[in-house]
Design a protein around this ligand. Structure first.
Ligand SMILES: Cc1cc2nc3c(=O)[nH]c(=O)nc-3n(C[C@H](O)[C@H](O)[C@H](O)COP(=O)(O)OP(=O)(O)OC[C@H]3O[C@@H](n4cnc5c(N)ncnc54)[C@H](O)[C@@H]3O)c2cc1C
Length: 399
């Protein structure tokens, strides 16, 4: 517990992934650090992420896994604190982990084990915490940052904003970081929900509602990218890893194209349909090799064709092969911030040094983590960004 008026070298707003990493790094270097957060516990998002097992990093982290108006911005921090550095940290604490498809690292047991490691690091580094603390105002006076809060007034020479973004408001996410950025004249790139389910029209929902809960391996083509993963039918539309990945690149009004036979090209499907035609074998039986039966049934109701293809023209078969491999869908919307894992957009990275994360036009003010206009793909990239930006800033705080 701290007194209700105290001075620090560094105050960090936000006890999430980036704030914890930054505070431990700065604390180890002798900085007197206070972390303020309005939540009752630190790291709520880590706790529930990855189905409670937290996908905390990825084997193959590269700048192309991130969306940012300045694609070069992420390079410095990611190269100075690669995923191997975070893995080395958790191995030192003997955390058991597993590596899943796509090089995704998860805790073997519980995400809370990872939070415990971060708490231990912060304890060893002498970091102080003030949780349950709502921020009332941030001022820059006499070369110091003065934070008025529901728990008193705190001041520091350096201020780090690690308050995350708008996704999952039920976990205490707020836009305070953007408000502070605006207060200091920093530009904001417009925000929108990312890694989020997509919703469809009522008509579409009626047509495919019988599939709710069904998962299908697909390849989604969007803006020159292909995501080959599972897709999940929901009551309102589509979700699952493939759709969440695509949502980061989707703009309202645009289509997405699905290959429902993700291991085959249009030509291979056409060839397969031709040989079904010649052999007189049934199309549903062939489709059932790749799809759950329920999907085959609903698909054939939605896109009818003779079950035996003997009398179907080559041209029609060609069109059907195209439909199967390029099923063009027009989502109506996203499921919004309530269901989004991340927020696209944020505080413009051009306002900061990519090495120190200090604002170019406001001395000793730093922004890290998701509050910035940096969004990772699904796969542990968002946490890796939180760790890497937190460490880079933590090191810079002593310079
Ligand atoms: C459901 C879900 C699952 C996810 N799963 C994964 C995953 O498996 N792998 C992955 O890489 N990423 C995942 N993410 C994304 C990841 O959680 C975030 O990118 C990451 O937590 C961002 O770290 P951060 O430190 O920037 O912000 P956060 O971790 O969000 O921390 C921000 C902190 O600031 C505090 N705060 C906010 N507003 C205020 C205020 N007004 N006053 C005081 N404090 C405030 C919050 O309470 C919070 O503690 C997931 C996100 C969600 C929502």
């Amino acid at each position: 517990m701290v007194s209700n008026s105290a001075h620090y070298d560094v105050i960090i707003l936000g006890a999430g992934a980036s704030g914890l990493m930054c505070s431990a790094t700065a604390g180890y270097q002798g900085q007197k650090v206070l972390v303020l957060d309005h939540a009752p516990k630190a790291a709520a998002k880590i706790r529930i992420s990855g189905g409670g097992k937290c996908n905390f990093t990825n084997l193959n982290v590269a700048p192309e896994h991130f969306i940012c108006q300045n694609p070069h911005f992420v390079k410095s921090a990611l190269s100075r604190y690669p995923s191997s550095a975070f893995i080395e940290l958790i191995e030192r604490h003997e955390l058991a982990y597993e590596i899943r498809r796509g090089g995704k690292f998860f805790c073997e047991q519980r995400a809370s084990d990872l939070i415990q490691i971060l708490h231990t690091e912060c304890d060893w580094a002498g970091v102080e915490f003030q949780l349950n603390t709502a921020i009332e105002s941030v001022e820059f006076k006499n070369n110091q940052y003065v934070i008025s809060s529901t728990q008193g007034i705190f001041s520091a020479y350096k201020l780090v904003i690690a308050t995350g973004a708008l996704s999952f408001p039920k976990l205490k996410a707020t836009g305070i970081g953007y408000e502070i950025a605006k207060q200091f004249g920093l530009n904001i790139i417009p925000t929108s929900p990312g890694l989020v389910p997509l919703t469809f029209s009522d008509k579409w929902q009626t047509r495919f509602s019988a599939l709710s809960g069904l998962s299908l391996e697909v390849a989604i083509h969007i803006k020159g990218r292909v995501f080959k993963e599972a897709m999940l039918f929901t009551h309102k539309g589509l979700s699952g890893p493939a759709i969440l990945q695509a949502s980061n690149y989707w703009t309202r009004g645009e289509p997405i194209a699905l290959n429902t036979l993700s291991e085959m090209t249009e030509e291979q499907v056409f060839e397969a349909l031709l040989s079904l035609k010649q052999s007189g074998k049934s199309l549903p039986k062939w489709l059932n090799q790749f799809w759950p039966k329920r999907f085959t049934q609903v698909w054939l109701e939605a896109f009818p064709i003779e079950t035996v293809l003997s009398n179907i023209s080559h041209e029609t078969l060609q069109q059907y092969a195209k439909l199967l491999t390029h099923w063009v869908l027009f989502p109506a919307n996203t499921a919004g911030y309530d269901k989004a894992e991340v927020t696209l957009g944020g505080v413009d990275t051009d306002e900061f040094s990519s090495k120190t994360f200090e604002a170019k036009k406001q001395k000793n003010l730093f922004f890290i983590g998701e509050v910035l206009d940096v969004t990772g793909q699904l796969g542990g990239f968002n946490f890796q960004w939180a760790w890497a930006s937190g460490v880079a800033c933590g090191v810079a705080l002593t310079e």
